[in-house]
Design a protein around this ligand. Structure first.
Ligand code: ASP
Length: 322
């Protein structure tokens, strides 16, 4: 086993359930590994056999475009056998519980289970029941670790690092797992984080996370390096959190006017799916000079390849060559 192998083995977690609790070294191992896969994905022949003989199951209880597709591509490009469980046509529809479904899948000896679920804590619960590695593909409003990693990779490639940057995360912080994972990652890597939202869409005691809270876009965006916009997660809203979409866009939608308060070369990010004219103006979203939204999607495949790679290293107790 080479030096790099043992380093990766030491810093690769057994599961990837969240960013909270990961060390800067662990995050760096994920990002460095992803970097290799960016190059591989740009080649004509993108396939390797690293995960030959491995089985990966995507178990998604919530809709997904980017995360599901990129995990599927990631598993296939690494030569693994990948199955997408369609919850809508499975026994989940017959009332089977999450745990029973997971135990059923576990009996088929998968190596990795990628889980997306509307309830916070679902991925952790599964990880305590199954033998395989579990990757959290988004659990309620709790965490979405691979999104934060792909966001970090995008920023690092553009700006050379994360430490010392000022990042504004804007919009529905309360219901967003993307915001939570990004806050943990960015603070761990030495960035400053501001959250900007109406009072109703900020979690209670947000400051305790170590972020600065703003309720005005113009103030919060001042001199930021990164402007990260979030969708209003209406599927998680139990009441009215703002008077109207029109008013929301007027005060919190990103347009060139508000953007002018950030640094002149500040990058615009969005995890998708975007709601144009709600949290972001369409011209800003498509600004090829400033918006890195498409790049985030590209980085998503590389990051998920790195996650599958690193999590299977530990299944082998570090015996597999990287
Ligand atoms: N795709 C991201 C998520 O699954 C963000 C969003 O849905 O708005 O959390």
């Amino acid at each position: 086993m080479g030096v790099d192998d043992s380093y990766q083995t030491r810093f690769s977690p057994r599961h990837l359930l969240g960013i909270e609790g990961l060390s800067p070294d662990q995050i760096t191992v994920f990002l460095n590994k992803s970097e290799n896969y960016v190059e591989q994905n740009r080649r004509v022949d993108k396939a390797t056999q690293l995960l030959h003989g491995r089985t990966i199951i995507n178990l998604f209880y919530e809709d997904s475009t980017r995360t599901l597709t990129s995990f599927e591509l990631a598993g296939k490009r690494l030569g693994g056998d990948l199955i997408n469980m369609n919850v809508d046509t499975s026994s989940v529809k017959k009332g089977e519980t999450l745990i029973d479904t997971a135990m059923t899948l576990n009996a088929m000896h998968p190596d990795i289970l990628v889980v997306r679920h509307p309830h916070a804590g679902a991925a952790k619960l599964l990880s305590e029941k199954v033998n395989c590695a579990v990757i959290n593909g988004g659990d309620g409003n709790h965490e979405h670790p691979t999104q934060a990693l792909l966001d970090a990779l995008t920023i690092r490639r553009r700006l050379g690092g994360l430490s010392g940057l000022t990042v504004a995360i804007c919009g529905d912080i309360l219901h967003s797992r993307v915001a939570k994972s990004n806050i943990h990652l960015l603070l761990t890597m030495g960035a400053r984080v501001r959250v900007i939202a109406p009072k109703t869409l900020i979690p209670p005691a947000a400051e305790r996370l170590g972020v600065e809270v703003f309720h005005c876009m113009e103030d919060g965006l001042k001199d930021c390096d990164i402007v990260m916009m979030l969708r209003l997660q209406r599927e998680r809203m139990t009441r009215n959190f703002f008077p109207s979409i029109r008013e929301y866009f007027r005060y919190f939608g990103l347009d060139y006017n508000k953007l002018s308060h950030a640094k002149p070369d500040a990058l615009i990010m969005h995890p998708g799916p975007m709601n144009r004219g709600v949290e972001i103006d369409t011209e800003v979203a498509d600004d090829v000079g400033r918006s890195v939204i498409r790049e985030q999607v590209e980085m998503g495949v590389a990051v998920r390849m790195a996650c599958l790679d690193l999590l299977t290293i530990n299944l082998d107790s570090g015996e597999r060559r990287a």
